[in-house]
Design a protein around this ligand. Structure first.
Ligand SMILES: [Zn+2]
Length: 274
């Protein structure tokens, strides 16, 4: 199923997009992003033991890669989220195909994870995540926060039906479409600079938040699969990220680049799981 088809199923509200607005040029309230699992740089003065009450809560991403995350059992996963300050509730109305179904309650740090185009996200199946996918998304949410945005929008985690290979059926995939800062909404089409996969592969870091997400997600193994606008037309307006429980310890995640793989396995051994 393409994103457009998925969106058409859930789209009942017009999106208040403001694609012409300029994106934030700096992160006014947050420190720069650091590598997944990397310790913060030492500073001359010790940090205060408690942040001042007005300071925004920051996203705390655990140092786990996709292989470690997908191996988490239900209780372990909930403990990881609790330690990261992420509140979730068991999704009792989830399809049976989702092994560890949860809904995210409230913001993650200073970032809202928002289901786009839904009138009732509290009951919408597309807002059901496998707990482990929420863990995998934490560094991406931290990156969004560090870039100065306050919302990360997605159109679906779980989707009923669909292909048997789709990780959406398992609640282990998300389609990320936009970030917001206040009233400004900036979607993948507007922000993502084509060729980000190739720049990342050559060793440079894309400047836009979705390019960074793709590049760091690949290098630091946040996910098993990342597909974006460089992959094919179906992904021109979103990043598809997933965890694949069946994958046998890939040394690098599969990142699609115009039908080719930026990972290290020959394309003939890859299948498009979107
Ligand atoms: Zn997808």
């Amino acid at each position: 199923m393409t994103l457009a088809e998925a969106a058409a199923r859930t789209s009942r509200l017009a999106v208040t997009a403001t694609p012409s607005a300029a994106p934030p040029t700096k992160a006014p309230r947050h420190e720069p992003a650091r590598a997944f699992g990397e310790r913060p740089h030492a500073s001359a003065a010790p940090p205060p033991s408690e942040p001042p009450p007005h300071a925004p809560r920051r996203v705390a991403a655990p140092a786990l890669d996709a292989d470690a995350i997908v191996a988490l059992g239900p209780a372990e996963c909930r403990r990881v989220l609790e330690a990261a300050g992420v509140e979730v509730q068991t999704a009792l109305d989830a399809p049976e195909s989702v092994a560890q179904p949860v809904r995210v309650e409230g913001a993650i740090g200073g970032v809202e994870l928002r289901l786009a185009w839904s009138r009732d996200p509290a009951h919408d199946v597309h807002a059901v995540f496998d707990c482990r996918l929420v863990v995998a998304l934490l560094p991406a949410v931290a990156l969004v926060e560090a870039a100065g945005y306050d919302t990360l929008e997605y159109v679906s985690a779980t989707r009923r039906g669909g292909g048997r290979r789709s990780m959406h059926r398992l609640g282990l995939a998300a389609d990320l479409v936009a970030v917001r800062k206040g009233e400004g909404r900036y979607n993948v089409e507007t922000l993502y600079r084509r060729g980000g996969v190739e720049r990342c592969r050559r060793g440079s870091m894309p400047r836009d938040v979705f390019g960074k997400m793709l590049c760091r997600g690949w290098r630091e193994r946040w996910f098993h699969t990342i597909l974006g606008p460089d992959h094919d037309r179906a992904h021109h307006d979103h990043l598809h990220v997933d965890l694949a429980p069946h994958r046998k310890r890939p040394s690098t995640p599969y990142v699609g680049l115009r039908g080719a793989s930026a990972g290290d396995l020959p394309r003939s051994r890859r299948r498009d799981p979107s």
